[in-house]
Design a protein around this ligand. Structure first.
Ligand SMILES: [Zn+2]
Length: 272
């Protein structure tokens, strides 16, 4: 049984003792369709249903853990525990009643930190699950086998954040932290470090563009921006530049410097 040190422990019984063990190989993110705190999520699992998730995350970044990560929890249908004993760790996150709002910055930060811990503690690999059984990171609607009868969870805004902010954040943060066991080849490690440097450059570029245009994060679809240039296209441009530099054998420091220069040029073009 493993408990994340960054979460408040609200242990659910009898589930915590009674449910079978899993070897956690996936991390799947959900929206709970209620603006609840982590404690309120715990009370709901405890008092109103025999279902549960491993974690619950409130809007303010308050994080609760209800079941150890090596014990089966619900929320991911066939991925809860597979015949081979592997299973997915689940997190329910506070959302509006439509499940349409983005994660708050505090939620994004906690999702990244928890993702890094799951990678380090359980060796969940730093990739997006390619199939429903593939070890890695994902969101509920990514694979049909993860939902009983189809779902839009966690909502369009959060799927976009998962792809553009949360998963790249886990990748970058994990690469910046020494790992206890390292079975990567030197080529794989170089690719990861290069990618992390690129992601950091892109994140800082987006921040600078946001500052220049004085727009809030998560609200890229602002009037006025559309007639200049779509933010996603900007990110794609930067990403493309960084990838070609990496392929050309540039060091991470050179890539970061050149990506910053490119970002500045793009920010200027956007602002004018
Ligand atoms: Zn869900």
């Amino acid at each position: 049984m493993a408990w994340y040190p960054g979460a408040t422990r609200y242990e659910l019984q009898p589930e915590s003792d009674d449910q079978p063990a899993i070897r956690p190989t996936q991390f799947i993110m959900h929206s709970i369709i209620a603006p609840w705190t982590a404690k309120r999520v715990y009370e709901y699992w405890r008092d109103s249903t025999n279902l549960e998730s491993h974690f619950g995350l409130g809007y303010e970044g308050d994080l609760g853990q209800f079941i150890g990560t090596e014990t089966r929890a619900d929320a991911n249908y066939q991925a809860n525990r597979r015949a081979d004993g592997t299973g997915a760790v689940s997190i329910e996150t506070a959302s509006n009643l439509q499940g349409s709002d983005p994660w708050t910055p505090a939620q994004v930060e906690e999702l990244i930190k928890l993702g890094v811990w799951l990678h380090q503690k359980h060796g969940i690999p730093l990739r997006i699950c390619r199939t429903w059984t593939d070890p890695g990171f994902g969101y509920h609607r990514l694979h049909a086998e993860w939902a009983v009868s189809g779902t839009s969870c966690p909502g369009d805004a959060r799927v976009k954040q998962f792809k553009e902010v949360v998963f790249p954040g886990i990748l970058a943060r994990a690469a910046g932290t020494p790992e206890e066991e390292d079975d990567m080849t030197p080529e794989e490690r170089k690719l990861l470090v290069d990618t992390a440097a690129a992601v950091k450059s892109i994140a800082s570029a987006v921040k600078r563009i946001e500052d220049k245009l004085a727009i809030a994060p998560w609200t890229y679809k602002q009037p006025g921006l559309a007639d200049k240039r779509d933010m996603n296209q900007v990110v794609r441009d930067i990403d493309k530049g960084v990838k070609s530099l990496s392929a050309a054998g540039q060091t991470p420091a050179q890539i970061a410097a050149l990506a910053d220069k490119l970002a500045d040029q793009l920010a200027d073009r956007l602002a004018n």
